[in-house]
Design a protein around this ligand. Structure first.
Ligand code: SAH
Ligand code: SF4
Ligand code: F3S
Length: 488
């Protein structure tokens, strides 16, 4: 995708050079033929990517069509992330490029959306003089009006945070989809106050979306040929929706079950689970449905109880270990992954070693790993000194990455010789003679495409099919195998 788009080459290189998980970027694969055009780049988490699809839908209604070529755009948008300083630096760098474009092509408008817009508000327009629009995550319905204001040559801003907005009625325009896996936001905001985290400030209060609108979106995706949905929220396990008509409450476990029942051939995933909120009810719902993937992203952040308390995660090491044990007890085949922050305020070497040991304990299949980046306005920024030198934070991060790589490899080795049901997502990165797909545990498996005659039924395999793959080789990042027989 990057290859035919020169404007994305630079950013691809930039992202490739960064450590795993440092800055996430969504690719757009659409170029609609007519009308006024918008181009959108998105950074940050899946929820931001999903928001960009809502933005695209709102702009579509307002007469704009999407393009993956920045040069063609009348409106350039960047959906931003504030989670770490580096994420914000990336946005500023991109804005310099957009501004160059603006000077070359008069009349081009530049808009900043998302978390950084929300964090900096009016200040953004003062700091980045060439930006025309600043729009926070709860104000996207206002975009047509804001664009009109900007078209008239005025600065436009709406950073109002809402207690109700869930965009439940908006049918997202899938921007970077492979046509197999779709993402559905089921809630917005976050009511936790992890002391390091900027999200509660940029996304506002937690609110859950109408359960029936979630099921309707999942059904619509299935009818369009999708085979997998991922339910998204900062803290999905605290999903709670009360039906205004009969006051009946839908919990996350209820919602999971409702979505799993859309069709047995459609897989259900979810992210993120806060360890304090994931319940037995959720675990047993997962166990009950074959199509709910046996994979939980359960970020621990640190393996040390004193640091966890300072982080305001509301669980300690012992409690977390019990939760992990419970997951393996209910679903021995379940995979667990995590997020880590190294070098949080006052973390000692010994406390850092507790983080290493929790990786060994939980046997994560993979993790997103970061060093602590102080965020203005957060509890930690106000209360604690950011006192671990950068090189120490980085060295600890390198140790965490190294150990996780070894544990991932060991975990993958246990899969040698096993057969998994894999959903084919597309060609592998390296070759169009190979497919890639994931098993229930979210592990990527690469395997040669079989010749059509070999597949029973004769019609061969295509993207979106399930197949059974035997694992023959493993690295720390992927499994390699061969197709056994036609799956369902
Ligand atoms: N809601 C999710 C996490 C959202 S942010 C949860 O509670 O797990 C994604 C990850 O970014 C976090 O899990 C954390 O590991 C990391 N992160 C958040 N704030 C950070 C900061 N100030 N510095 C470094 N990493 C941070
Ligand atoms: Fe941030 Fe904590 Fe909320 Fe996750 S749960 S978004 S880390 S405040
Ligand atoms: Fe970033 Fe905002 Fe998501 S800060 S991680 S884009 S909620």
């Amino acid at each position: 995708m990057y290859n035919d788009n020169p404007t994305l080459k630079g950013i691809k290189k930039e992202i490739d050079e960064k450590k795993q998980g440092e800055v996430f970027y969504q690719e757009v694969n659409i170029d609609e033929p007519d009308g006024k055009k918008f181009y959108i780049e998105s950074y940050g988490c899946q929820m931001n990517f999903s928001d960009s699809e809502i933005v695209a839908s709102i702009l579509g209604e307002a007469g704009f069509s999407a393009t993956k070529f920045m040069e063609k755009a009348d409106l350039i948008l960047i959906n931003t992330c504030s989670i770490r300083e580096k994420a914000e630096d990336t946005v500023r760098k991109r804005l310099r490029i957009f501004n160059k474009m603006k000077r070359q092509k008069r009349g081009t408008m530049v808009g900043v959306l998302g978390c950084m817009a929300e964090r900096l508000k009016k200040k953004f327009l003062e700091e980045e003089k060439l930006v025309d629009m600043v729009v926070g995550p709860d104000a996207y319905r206002d975009l047509p009006k804001l664009v009109a204001t900007a078209e008239d040559g005025n600065k436009a801003i709406n950073v109002h945070l809402s207690r109700e907005e869930t965009y439940a009625d908006i049918n997202p325009m899938r921007l970077g989809s492979n046509g197999v896996s779709g993402f559905i936001s089921i809630m917005r905001g976050c009511d936790n106050m992890c002391s390091f985290c900027v999200v509660p400030f940029t996304r506002g209060r937690e609110r859950s979306r109408d359960a029936f609108s979630v099921v309707a979106e999942a059904t619509d995706l299935y009818n369009k040929g999708y085979k997998e949905v991922t339910l998204l929220g900062q803290n999905v396990d605290s999903y709670k929706w009360q039906n205004p008509e009969n006051e009946q409450v839908t919990t996350f476990a209820n919602l999971l079950e409702m979505v799993a029942q859309v069709h047995p051939d459609m897989r259900v995933r979810f992210s993120t689970s806060h360890p304090k909120d994931i319940t037995d009810e959720v675990l047993f719902t997962m166990k009950k449905y074959e199509n709910i993937c046996k994979y939980i992203h359960l970020p621990v952040q640190s393996g040390n109880s004193r640091i966890l308390e300072k982080m305001n995660r509301t669980y300690d090491r012992e409690w977390y270990e019990k939760k992990v044990n419970r997951i393996y007890e209910v679903m021995p085949e379940c995979a667990i992954s995590s997020d880590f922050i190294t070098g949080f305020c006052s973390e000692t070497e010994e406390e850092h070693r507790d983080t290493l040991s929790v990786i060994e304990f939980a046997k994560y299949t993979m993790s997103y790993m970061f060093y602590y980046s102080e965020r203005p306005g957060t509890l930690a920024a106000r209360k604690y000194e950011d006192d671990i030198p950068l090189e120490v934070k980085k060295r600890r991060l390198a140790e965490v990455i190294e150990l996780q790589r070894r544990i991932s490899h060991e975990h993958n080795k246990l899969d040698l010789g096993k057969t998994f049901k894999v959903l084919i997502e597309g060609d592998s990165k390296k070759s169009d003679k190979e497919f890639k797909g994931r098993n229930s545990q979210n592990k990527m498996i690469i395997f040669p495409k079989p010749s059509p005659e070999l597949a029973s039924g004769g019609e061969g395999y295509k993207v979106g099919d399930y197949c059974n793959v035997e694992v023959l080789e493993v690295t720390s990042a992927t499994l390699k195998g061969r197709i056994l027989e036609k799956g369902k």
